[in-house]
Design a protein around this ligand. Structure first.
Ligand code: ADP
Ligand code: MG
Length: 496
């Protein structure tokens, strides 16, 4: 099978996105690659497609247990033979999986970095042909980043244990030069192709609201997004509790996440959100790393975060499926004071040498400078997207047409026009309902069945038969087989 067949047959997509094909081609030529692309750009496909074209097994190193499980579930649902090896498996399950893997049952295996040098895993890899090692969230190898994982440093040593050096690829959304250099050096990439795509997430709508009552604003937003997934970020745990209670009192299904909860409860709440048992997650910034829920339709910042980096990352958890999503920041001047307080506290230091004190002052000055930039974002009347992109050093033209400041400038007429362009809400709701039903029966998150993007495309294309159903973006052969008739039935019933 060639790359297009794989893209089409398994993933149900008709074309590659920016950067993807270049990386796929490089891999197929047997060369290393480094992809630096924003969240939602489609990094996984860059290594998943070639792994299905090539012989042998691709190992994917990924930092988070929950993330691995969701990705593998999605792959299996698409008909790709995949498995994961991590601490969530029992001893027996692990042995069984290793046995299957040894006889070549899986093309793609996700593995936790901690396992790479263990005796069992070593004995497995010596028996098979590992063609590629793909390092996902590769910034975890860098001590400069905030997600440093010491066991990522085992990767080169692991590669050395293999009989033949595999292709090594690395992927991240972190684009600082230091992190990039670290990845190339630490993972010993061999003259890798480096693909850096822009930071812009065109499908995200950015807005800043400065209203008297944040509570009223929040109610408006969640009402508008009834039954859609959303995250609400608050600065403090106390605020998380308050907002979550409020939403539940008002009849919304909200759950919560912050570092003050027991690990078990955090895990449960996260699953509630991923499986759509609660459609709203209220959380501190402790929530999000490793959340791969592609259908988050809105991210509200109930408080202004401490810098643009945090804001971009947190807001960026919306709309990973490429469909439109809203990122709304509720601003009040109190947020500035709270952040100042938090910065001062986090930079507290009791052992005070002269040098240490100097370093502390310097870091604090940096933090305050970043806070100021965040505050400017909330004050500017210029295009919000342009502001963020320029902050990250991208050279862009003013005026995106998809943020609250740009909206202020366009006419009412134009705004109305954009609203009509929206989709048939009844059909969409009905499609979501069967998706949820199927997901519940199969015990998988709804987006594993079909992403929101795929349901939207169904509404747009209104397929009549199997052949047309395959034309819908995100429908591959396996999904047609499994779900085609149920979805087609609903679509055909609503046809006028
Ligand atoms: P990243 O890891 O870069 O954050 P993902 O790999 O999770 O992004 O992909 C985000 C979403 O985009 C997924 O729902 C994926 O199926 C979808 N996607 C990826 N590539 C394509 C493509 N070529 N066409 C359509 N959708 C795509
Ligand atoms: Mg990813």
């Amino acid at each position: 099978m060639d790359k297009y067949e794989v893209l089409n047959r398994y993933f149900g997509y008709h074309s590659f996105r920016e950067g993807q094909e270049q990386i796929v081609d490089t891999i197929l030529l047997g060369k290393d690659a480094l992809g630096i692309m924003p969240t939602g750009a489609g990094k996984s496909l860059c290594f998943q497609v070639p792994s299905m074209v090539m012989e042998g097994i691709t190992l994917v190193i990924s930092p988070l247990v929950s993330l691995m499980k969701d990705q593998v579930t999605s792959l299996v649902a698409a008909g790709v033979p995949a498995a994961f090896f991590n601490s969530s498996l029992t001893e027996r399950q692990y042995l069984k999986a290793l046995e299957f893997a040894t006889v070549g049952k899986y093309k793609i295996i996700y593995v936790a970095p901690e396992r790479l040098l263990t005796a069992r895993f070593q004995s497995f890899v010596q028996k098979v042909n590992i063609t590629m090692v793909a390092v996902d969230e590769a910034h975890c190898v860098s001590q400069w980043g905030q997600d440093f994982r010491p066991s990522y440093l085992d990767i080169p040593q692991f590669v050395d244990t293999l009989r033949k050096r595999p292709i090594i690829t690395a992927f991240t959304a972190t684009a600082t030069a230091r992190v990039k250099d670290d990845i190339v050096k630490m993972l010993r990439l061999n003259a890798p192709l480096q693909v850096v795509t822009g930071f812009d997430r065109k499908n995200l709508y950015y807005e800043v609201r400065k209203k008297q009552s944040k509570k009223n604003e929040l109610m408006d937003i969640v009402r508008e997004h009834r039954n859609e997934s959303g995250i609400i970020y608050c600065t403090t745990r106390k605020k998380v509790e308050e907002v979550c209670n409020l939403l539940n009192q008002e009849g919304f299904k909200a759950t919560r996440y912050h570092a003050g909860l027991e690990i078990q409860e955090r895990k449960e709440n996260q699953e509630k959100f991923i499986y759509d048992k609660a459609n709203i997650m209220v959380a501190t910034n402790a929530f999000g790393m490793g959340i791969d829920k592609s259908d988050v339709r809105f991210v509200v910042h109930y408080n202004m975060p401490k810098d643009i980096e945090s804001y971009y990352q947190e807001a960026g958890r919306a709309g990973r499926d490429g469909e439109s999503a809203q990122c709304i920041l509720l601003y009040s001047s109190n947020d500035v004071a709270t952040n100042k307080f938090l910065i001062e506290n986090s930079r507290q230091n009791n052992v005070m040498g002269v040098e240490e004190e100097k370093a502390r002052q310097k870091m604090m000055a940096e933090d305050f400078r970043r806070l100021e930039q965040m505050n400017f974002y909330c004050q500017t009347t210029e295009c919000l997207r342009t502001y963020v992109l320029r902050y990250f050093g991208e050279n862009v033209n003013e005026g995106c047409g998809n943020c609250s400041n740009c909206y202020e400038k366009i006419t009412k007429e134009e705004r109305k026009k954009r609203m009509i362009a929206s989709l048939d809400g009844d059909l969409l709701a009905e499609l979501k309902r069967i998706r949820k039903k199927i997901a519940t029966v199969q015990g998988v998150p709804a987006f594993v069945v079909f992403s929101d993007a795929t349901l939207y495309d169904m509404c747009r294309k209104m397929p009549k038969n199997d052949e047309e159903f395959l034309e819908v973006s995100g429908v591959g052969y396996k999904k047609l087989q499994q779900y085609g008739s149920e979805f087609l039935k609903v679509i055909n019933e609503t046809r006028p």
